[in-house]
Design a protein around this ligand. Structure first.
Ligand code: ATP
Ligand code: MG
Length: 443
């Protein structure tokens, strides 16, 4: 491991300070796994014989994030390092949290960890991996394997059911067969985990590389049925073969997930949920498979799912917008320029455009609407897509109109004319408004 620069150097310095204080200090967990995979680790966790009180004394900036479990945060060079005392855990009660921890030797600390690939240490002074659990072989075999008896390990902590899927998808690994059986047998126990923790795992599975692999594993393990039954319901829902030669709604969605590259949360979950409204709207009309109004229904369903999993309002709104609007991309070439400009000026547009692109590539493959919008974006680049409205409600009140739906209708019509260039200033806007009011009054 290159310990001479960057975060690794800072982690090394922390380990050195611990060693100089008379303690053993190893790098632990994910960073050792990443090093063996020839990836540069992002964060470094450190495991040590020092107790939290001793850690507090050795470093100037610490936060007691889990002091009773032996976990301290050390802040050096504006970076956080988890420094944890070697420990073993005893007695799990609620399917999630150990009831007690005991400070212990490194080997016992390795045995309490979840998966072999996550259970190794690295001695930064000897520059050697310390592997009590067979993690090295499993990295070579590309396998996620529970440490010890899988059944027992998932009994202790149900979050590990999802963590297994998360690591398998991100690393592109398979899950070893007894570990896999243990997950499948207990998938319905995932509800012992709080919705917030389930949400955090979902975010990691779908926004990191391997989302499509994770999607498949969630379904095959039975966890999808428990957490997102609305997605599981997309399986075997057939689609019209001319638009969707790729297959059913589930297969189509998986193809979108394969095309994500460092997606935002809105794009990742937008892809996951964009067709969630299809299963309940499936209908055969005149010999054709149809899904009328699946986008607005899908947006409602997405809102319900995201509330259930305690996503923030802002996150929920962004994803719902992706779902709600995804079918409108089919009409962009028919939109009047005023409508089109408003469509493009929406805050979520760039994510929705990318969703549209991967939606097309995962079905019929035609990108004409995408190319059209890209050209329009270039054409409009210099233009102000959100100019100040030339007239307001006050102007219409001065013309004798009362606030209400009719006033809104007039203001919207005039604003669209302004975007289309049919109305250039306030004077023209007022004249157009008078006309519009007359038209509306005539019925
Ligand atoms: P990430 O990229 O999400 O930070 P990571 O491998 O660092 O991944 P963490 O969730 O940060 O994983 O946990 C750090 C280490 O602590 C893991 O590698 C594992 O050894 C151990 N660990 C974390 N959570 C659990 C758990 N629920 N059960 C057992 N061991 C765990
Ligand atoms: Mg970590």
């Amino acid at each position: 491991m290159d310990l001479k620069q960057g975060t690794a150097k800072t982690a090394f310095d922390i380990a050195e300070r611990l060693r100089d204080g008379g303690h053993t200090a190893y790098f632990a967990g994910g960073c050792v796994r990443d090093f063996l995979r020839k990836q540069i680790p992002q964060d470094f966790d450190i495991a040590t014989t020092a107790t939290p009180d001793q850690v507090e004394k050795l470093f100037s900036k610490t936060v007691p994030v889990g002091k009773q479990f032996g976990v301290m945060l050390v802040i050096e060079n504006q970076k956080n390092f988890e420094v944890a005392t070697f420990r073993s855990e005893g007695g799990y009660q609620d399917g999630r949290h150990p009831t007690q921890v005991k400070f212990s030797a490194p080997e016992e600390d390795a045995l309490r960890r979840d998966f072999t690939v996550n259970g190794m240490f690295y001695d930064p002074f000897a520059q050697k991996v310390i592997d009590y659990v067979g993690g090295k072989e499993d990295i070579q075999r590309r396998l996620i394997r529970a440490i010890g008896d899988p059944a027992k390990r998932f009994e202790e902590d149900k979050l590990r059911l999802l963590r297994a899927i998360r690591f398998a998808s991100f690393l592109g690994y398979e899950i070893e067969s007894t570990t896999w059986q243990a997950i499948r047998q207990r998938s319905n126990e995932i509800h012992q985990v709080s919705p917030e923790r389930i949400r955090d795992e979902m975010i990691k599975i779908f926004t990191r590389p391997g989302a499509a692999h994770g999607f498949g594993l969630l379904s095959e393990s039975g966890l999808m049925k428990e957490i997102l039954p609305e997605i599981e319901a997309m399986k075997k829902v057939d689609q019209s073969p001319d638009y969707h030669p790729e297959g059913d709604v589930f297969v189509h969605t998986k193809l979108l997930l394969e095309k994500l590259k460092e997606p935002s949360l809105a794009l990742a979950l937008g892809a996951l949920f964009h067709d969630v409204g299809k299963p309940p709207t499936y209908a055969i009309r005149e010999g054709r498979i149809t899904f009328y109004e699946h986008a607005p229904l899908g947006a409602k369903m997405t809102e319900e799912i995201m509330r259930r999993l305690r996503f923030s309002n802002q996150e929920t709104d962004a994803v719902c917008s992706c779902v709600e609007n995804h079918m409108k991309f089919a009409d962009v070439q028919k939109m009047r320029s005023g409508k089109l400009k408003q469509f493009i000026a929406r805050p979520n547009f760039s994510e929705e455009l990318e969703l549209h692109r991967i939606d097309c590539l995962s079905s019929h493959g035609k990108l004409d609407n995408y190319v059209f919008l890209k050209n329009k974006l270039a054409e409009y680049a210099e233009e102000d897509l959100k100019p100040k409205p030339a007239i307001t409600g006050h102007d219409l009140m001065a013309l004798g109109m009362k606030p209400g739906p009719k006033m809104k209708q007039v203001l919207e019509a005039i604003y669209e004319m302004q975007l289309e260039g049919a109305v250039k200033d306030r004077e023209q806007a007022l004249a157009a408004a008078k006309n519009k009011i007359k038209q509306l009054d005539k019925g």
